[in-house]
Design a protein around this ligand. Structure first.
Ligand code: BDP
Length: 732
């Protein structure tokens, strides 16, 4: 009996130890697993023995708690907490206000240079003692500095002679959730919304909330817009505001401000007024009163995010007013509380000849008309988060309007949470794009940082859409794009490659045998996605509604509708959207050097060719091949790249935990299936138009075009947000 008990205990112990090591992706990049390199760990232990964190501040408490958690995990032993320096190995954290030791360093000017969110992380002397200092003008900066130190350790960098000063390059670093109040997440592919509205406000201790805040804070993200831009007016009711306040309570401890997406028609939807016309004094008063209520509940709310006059959302134009008039009344109501309005520039009206032109044509005439606490939130490209877009011409054109860029982390157009498609290279591509607004070097990044035009406020937003899936994002590698967004929002000059390496080290392992091949996989994954979907500047060939599978075909009757024809203009003769002078002339929206390059068939980078030109199928490409051959080869290359990704993944077996290894491996199979379908559907369709043979090396599509057309409606699970896609599956 006794023996059995002992065996039982040993078994439970073993299982316990095993369970502790099981990796389900929940911890993201904050795993703090014991360091693989024991020499490094030994060095770290010397520097990190005692933590001196004084002062009364929830943010510094969070920083201290995180350092303890990290050091405990990485080194196996927590720091001693003390309010005095130890003989050696002290870490002193704080601001000159919270810490006398830091005040005593007299770093006022240095800290001021980094600002309240920046920090100095330095190995220095206090008296005769060597110490590690994390200091900032503001408490947020201390928190970010703590995460920075932990990142150095997780990636096994030396920490015995630190001299780091860092500050974010844009002010508002905000994640956006497209979460509905019924907990369905629009374009979210990882479960239900994280926000348990039914249990709030009473229960805000769900550990997910705090972990979510830690994940964001570790990147320096300082804002979250928690509900869908297609906004439910109920978010502004007292009942929901109480719930929002309970969430905000958790986020506040990590320096994250809460923002709410509001419905522009709220005054009417509440049943209070007959109109929501922004120039009606009663409407203006309504917003002032409602905003006062909002701040009673959430005194430090960041402000509102607004999608107006877009895709059926109400807005000022419904009342004959423009976007500036619409935004300014909200800005006025928020101003006394320091709140801001993120006003989205994602607009296009169906009667427009070229959707590309729309945002620019609508917003340029309003430049300089928005209040200072309005920031225009502009998607990276002129259409809609496509695998490759030229940068939006609004970047570099709006001189007197605060702007921020909106990027998409959730893979709406990149295979949802089924495909591996690290978005870092896409983000980097747009940030590095040169607008030439004030001569060469006026990159989108610099514009966003307010270095080209003097904006009052700057920012970057990322649509993230995590859900209740254990690993938050569905595909483990979608985490990497969230990470990349946050890091680039902090510093748009970082390289996507370096970011990928950091992420892999923290998320998987520091083992070079993993980092090198999988770094390559990450680097190629976005381009692979472009190649098997829409190479050479093709765009939006998606099945209507769910945006997962291919549907390049169109019905004659639907030509001008938002079907694929609208975007690719393919026929017997050729393919591509003419946006030069002979077409929609959207190129005119760019500064001269950019315009000239895009407009010139000889000079344009072929990756953008069909964005701007309609060319014959036999148009000669730089390679000497015809467009058709090149296109077919690109499609095929995309498939081959997925095969290469699979092969690399095979090779890292055993270098990381089995659980995530197997998960990614399985998803790569799905990705290969889909890549082949994309290639074959598109090639079969285009071939039905041009009648040309496929070039050597590209296999014939396995099925008939009719087969692929039928798949359009059964290719992906019905999307709950698009009930119509559900109905249509019944046809087959
Ligand atoms: C499109 C999405 C749609 C969003 C819209 C937006 O398909 O679900 O509501 O963007 O950004 O890409 O408002």
């Amino acid at each position: 009996m006794k023996k059995l008990l002992v065996i039982g205990l040993v078994l439970t112990g073993l299982l316990g130890a095993f369970a502790a090591q099981a990796e389900d992706g929940y911890d993201m990049w904050l795993r703090y697993q014991p360091l693989e390199d024991t020499t490094v760990a030994k060095d770290y232990r010397k520097q990190l023995q005692t933590l001196v964190a004084t002062g009364d501040s929830i943010l510094i408490d969070s920083a201290a708690e995180e350092l303890q958690r990290g050091v405990q995990g990485l080194l196996g032993k927590p720091l001693k907490s003390s309010d005095k320096l130890a003989r050696r190995g002290s870490v002193v954290i704080g601001t000159p206000e919270t810490s006398e030791l830091i005040a005593g360093l007299e770093w006022g000017e240095r800290l001021a240079r980094q600002g309240p969110e920046g920090f100095v992380l330095e190995t220095t002397r206090i008296g005769r003692r060597h110490v590690t200092v994390i200091a900032s003008e503001g408490e947020r900066g201390v928190l970010y500095g703590a995460f920075h130190l932990l990142r150095l350790m997780q990636t096994q960098q030396a920490i015995d002679d630190l001299a780091i000063a860092s500050a974010p390059k844009v002010e508002h670093r905000v994640v956006n959730h497209w979460d509905n109040l019924n907990r369905l997440v629009e374009r979210g592919y990882a479960g239900l919304s994280l926000w348990e509205w039914g249990k709030l406000p009473e229960y805000n201790e769900n550990p997910r909330y705090k972990d979510y805040a830690r994940i964001n804070a570790s990147l320096g993200i300082n804002g979250t817009a928690i509900n869908n831009v297609n906004a439910d007016p109920r978010i502004l009711t007292d009942q929901f505001l109480e719930k929002v306040a309970a969430l905000n309570e958790v986020f506040r401890a990590y320096g994250i401000k809460t923002y709410l997406s509001i419905n522009y028609d709220s005054p009417r939807a509440f049943g209070d007024l007959e109109t929501s016309d922004p120039l009606d004094p009663e409407v203006q008063q309504w917003w002032k009163d409602r905003v006062a209520k909002v701040y009673e509940h959430v005194p430090d709310l960041g402000g509102f995010l607004v999608k107006a006059d877009s895709e059926g959302q109400p807005g000022p134009q419904g009342y004959g007013r423009n976007h500036a008039e619409g935004a300014n009344i909200l800005a006025e109501a928020l101003e006394p509380y320091g709140g801001v309005v993120f006003w989205r520039a994602f607009v296009y009206s169906p009667e427009q000849g070229d959707r590309f032109r729309e945002a620019y044509d609508e917003f340029m005439p309003l430049d300089g008309k928005f209040k200072d606490n309005v920031i225009l939130q502009i998607k990276n490209g002129p259409i809609d988060f496509q695998p490759r877009e030229p940068f939006s011409p609004l970047f570099g054109s709006l001189e007197d309007t605060n702007i921020m860029m909106e990027l998409q982390v959730t893979q709406e157009y990149f295979g949802f949470s089924n495909h591996l498609a690290y978005q870092g290279p896409l983000f980097e591509e747009v940030l590095d794009a040169d607008t030439h607004a004030k001569g060469e070097g006026s990159t989108v990044g610099k514009i966003l940082g307010g270095e080209v035009f003097e904006y009052e406020q700057t920012g970057m937003a990322g649509v993230i859409n995590p859900g209740t899936d254990r690993n938050w994002t569905g595909h483990p590698f979608v985490q990497s794009s969230w990470y990349a967004f946050g890091r680039l929002a902090w510093d748009y000059e970082l390289s996507s490659e370096a970011i990928a390496e950091e992420w892999m080290r923290m998320t998987f392992t520091n083992d070079r045998r993993f980092l090198d091949p999988i770094g390559e996989v990450m680097a190629m994954s976005r381009e692979a996605g472009v190649n098997y979907r829409s190479p050479l500047g093709l765009t939006h060939l998606y099945a209507q509604g769910h945006h997962y599978g291919p549907a390049p075909w169109y019905d004659e009757a639907e030509r001008m509708d938002w079907t694929a024809w609208y975007y690719h203009r393919a026929d017997e003769e050729g393919i591509g959207f003419d946006r030069t002078e002979s077409g929609s002339n959207a190129v005119e929206q760019y500064q001269k050097p950019v315009r000239e390059r895009f407009a010139n068939l000889e000079q344009i980078d072929e990756d953008y060719l069909l964005w701007f030109h309609h060319v014959g199928w036999e148009h000669e490409m730089n390679s000497g091949r015809t467009l058709w051959e090149e296109l077919a080869l690109k499609y095929h290359k995309g498939v081959e790249q997925v095969r290469q990704m699979q092969a690399e993944w095979e090779d890292v077996k055993g270098l990381i935990d089995e659980e995530r290894y197997v998960h990614v491996k399985a998803l790569l199979e799905v990705q290969l299936r889909d890549a082949i379908r994309w290639r074959d559907s598109c090639l079969a369709y285009f071939q039905s138009l041009n009648g040309l043979p496929l070039p050597e090396g590209v296999p014939e599509p396995e099925h008939s075009l009719e087969h692929y057309k039928r798949l359009e409606h059964t290719f992906y699970i019905p999307d709950p947000w698009h009930p119509k896609s559900d109905d249509r599956t019944l046809d087959y």
